[in-house]
Ligand binder design. Structure first.
Ligand code: AKG
Length: 257
């Protein structure tokens, strides 16, 4: 039975995440994977781990994913008709390696006010417990912004090695976001999430796409000291909190691919 928009919103508000949402048919998912493979061949696997931030301005397939109607429809259900694309960032874990993503909240270091954002995590590759899929602690977004420390474990992929303390009992409640290539999960900006190392020989690549409503503004620098460059995708921007950035592919021209 189809999940209604009302149920999606209710589940998202309660749990802080949604998972197993179909985005791309096999051929389309393959197209996105091939484009990613070509990008990886161009820039190298090391750069791809966490170095591809906001490449939607230059690569049409990333723009196509970030603006994919099946993704943006769900985002609209969750945040309302005015939707801005805030950022894109690949998280690509090659295995077998000890690189991991420590427990954290997204918005803690993003300098946004109010600290609201929602992320779509689109699976370029199949993502499962074998190759270090994302994990979330259901309901943890309801606790508000948490103080983070730094991780003592070698290999944290996060930008400033941040980590939020999580008890063993909490970690036991974590849900694995197992996805087939072409599916996505969604997570709330304040949910505690992370991922374990990829101990397999299979790549685990996901594109995170961050969205905000135009009511959000940048009150402080983010941890990367890069001003956000949001683009209005749907509805209206009645707040003008950000300098307007044009759609990078208005007529599908000028793309590198
Ligand atoms: O892909 C991962 O393992 C982690 C992604 C993540 O931390 C994020 O979306 O903020």
């Amino acid at each position: 039975m189809e999940t209604t928009n009302g149920q999606l919103l209710e589940n998202y508000r309660k749990d802080g995440f949604l998972t197993g949402i179909h985005v791309a048919e096999n051929a389309e998912a393959l197209h996105f994977r091939k484009e990613y493979d070509a990008l990886e061949a161009e820039v190298g696997a090391e750069k791809c781990e966490i170095g591809l931030i906001d490449w939607h301005f230059d690569y049409k397939f990333i723009w196509d994913l970030a603006t994919h109607p099946k993704i943006v429809d769900v985002i609209e259900t969750l945040i309302g008709p005015d939707v801005m694309l805030l950022a894109t960032h690949f998280f690509c874990k090659y295995g077998p390696r000890e690189k991991f993503v420590a427990w954290h909240q997204d918005v803690t270091y993003w300098g946004l006010e109010p600290p609201d954002a929602v992320t779509a995590w689109y699976a370029i590759d199949d993502s499962d417990t074998g190759n270090g899929c994302m994990q979330v602690i259901p309901g943890s977004h309801q606790r508000g912004i948490q103080e983070h420390g730094t991780s003592e474990q070698e290999g944290n992929l996060l930008s400033i090695n941040q980590e939020v303390p999580v008890t063993e009992a909490e970690a036991e409640t974590a849900v694995d976001l197992i996805l087939k290539a072409g599916e996505m999960s969604i997570h709330h900006g304040q949910i505690i999430h992370g991922s374990l190392p990829n101990h397999s020989t299979r790549r685990r690549c996901g594109l995170t796409v961050r969205y905000i409503p135009p009511t959000v503004r940048q009150a402080e620098d983010n941890s990367l000291k890069r001003p956000w460059k949001p683009i209005l995708l749907r509805g209206e921007d009645r707040h003008q909190n950000f300098t307007t950035v044009p759609n990078p592919f208005p007529h599908h021209e000028g793309s590198k691919r």
